[in-house]
Design a binder for this molecule. Structure first.
Ligand SMILES: Nc1nc2c(ncn2[C@@H]2O[C@H](COP(=O)(O)OP(=O)(O)O)[C@@H](O)[C@H]2O)c(=O)[nH]1
Ligand SMILES: [Mg+2]
Length: 310
């Protein structure tokens, strides 16, 4: 079956809001919502790289995709085609075949990396993986530090401020810091990413002043939240903003990043000679950056890419 060509932007009338195994929920441009089926063959538009580059998407559409929906009856419809994406955030699909890719969300203005000051503890490893993935995808990123009402150890997020990333410190419980973050996100398509239990859904509920998703119970044993959502969910926000809540992840695999190119996604290392030459650092060159704030993070991610992380 020949693959359908992508639609022109003006042919779209809806945005994918949630993805289920054989269905998706879309938000029509008139603001209403519909549960839609799709036929893979008509929806699989050629994607940048795509089949030719040896990778396949886990689902035919992703949250944020612009689509054309034919309404069958009130409340349901069929996705007839999809537009080309401006950008997309992807990771290797966990527990899937080699080459299978999970597109978390598409057509984004900003990736908001959400990490808690404590409970669970701030985890620079995962933060850096999201920042690298955003950089690879050409998406602006920012950090949101949640649960600032709780006592925490040293401010491990300070290096990110020094590196020029926007950093927002908030407490959903005490409703502090929310206005500044709201202003930053206004008018943007933003995806909220981070460990489960860091407070993404609580934050969205507070930013919007209405419940948009269930807040997970904290596990007494691990101090981490339990999974409450399985797909990313697109949420209408004021000022034409579209914000996307994502299910918490334990790990975030990097996709389509060569070990030699990793340093180009760390602004503080990109101008070092070996990084500019797009080659791996020698042992000496690697130890020279070991004491930099993100030196350890870089070394760990590099090691996992060299071990064949897809
Ligand atoms: N102390 C404190 N707890 C919070 C805050 N925000 C969320 N939580 C708690 O953290 C847990 C996980 O929150 P949730 O929003 O489901 O996290 P998600 O998995 O990232 O969406 C819940 O028990 C929340 O009540 C906060 O600002 N302060
Ligand atoms: Mg949540």
């Amino acid at each position: 079956v020949p693959e359908a060509a992508p639609l022109a932007d003006e042919e779209a009338n809806a945005t994918v809001a949630e993805v289920f195994p054989k269905l998706c929920r879309v938000r029509l441009d008139d603001g209403t919502s519909r549960l839609c089926s799709y036929r893979r063959a008509t929806v699989m538009a050629p994607r940048a790289g795509g089949a030719a580059a040896g990778w396949k998407e886990r689902a035919p559409v992703a949250v944020g995709d612009r689509v054309r929906v034919h309404s069958t009856d009130p409340g349901s419809g069929v996705v007839e085609g999809v537009c080309a994406r401006r950008n997309f955030l992807a990771r290797p699909a966990p527990d899937r075949d080699e080459g299978m890719v999970h597109v978390l969300a598409s057509n984004l203005d900003v990736l908001l990396v959400v990490a808690s000051a404590s409970h669970p503890e701030f985890s620079p490893g995962l933060v850096d993986r999201f920042l690298v993935a955003a950089s690879r995808a050409g998406i602006q990123s920012a950090l949101c530090i949640t649960k600032r009402d709780l006592p925490s150890e040293a401010a491990l997020w300070e290096p990110y401020l020094a590196l020029g990333f926007p950093v927002f410190e908030v407490s959903s419980r005490e409703r502090s810091g929310l206005d500044t973050l709201h202003r930053f996100l206004r008018g943007k398509r933003a995806v909220f990413c981070g460990h489960s239990g860091v407070g993404k859904t609580s934050l969205l509920n507070e930013l919007l002043g209405r419940p948009v998703g269930r807040v997970g119970a904290m596990s007494e044993a691990t101090g981490k939240g339990r999974h409450t959502t399985t797909s990313a969910v697109l949420i209408d926000a004021p000022g034409d903003s579209l914000w996307i809540d994502t299910p918490g992840v334990r790990e975030f695999g990097l996709w389509a990043i060569e070990p030699e190119g990793l340093a180009s996604h760390f602004p503080e290392f990109e101008s070092l000679p070996w990084a500019r030459e797009a080659r791996l650092p020698s042992d000496d060159e690697l130890s020279a950056i070991e004491t930099a704030p993100r030196g350890t993070s870089y070394r760990r991610i590099l090691a996992s890419l060299l071990e064949g992380e897809r």
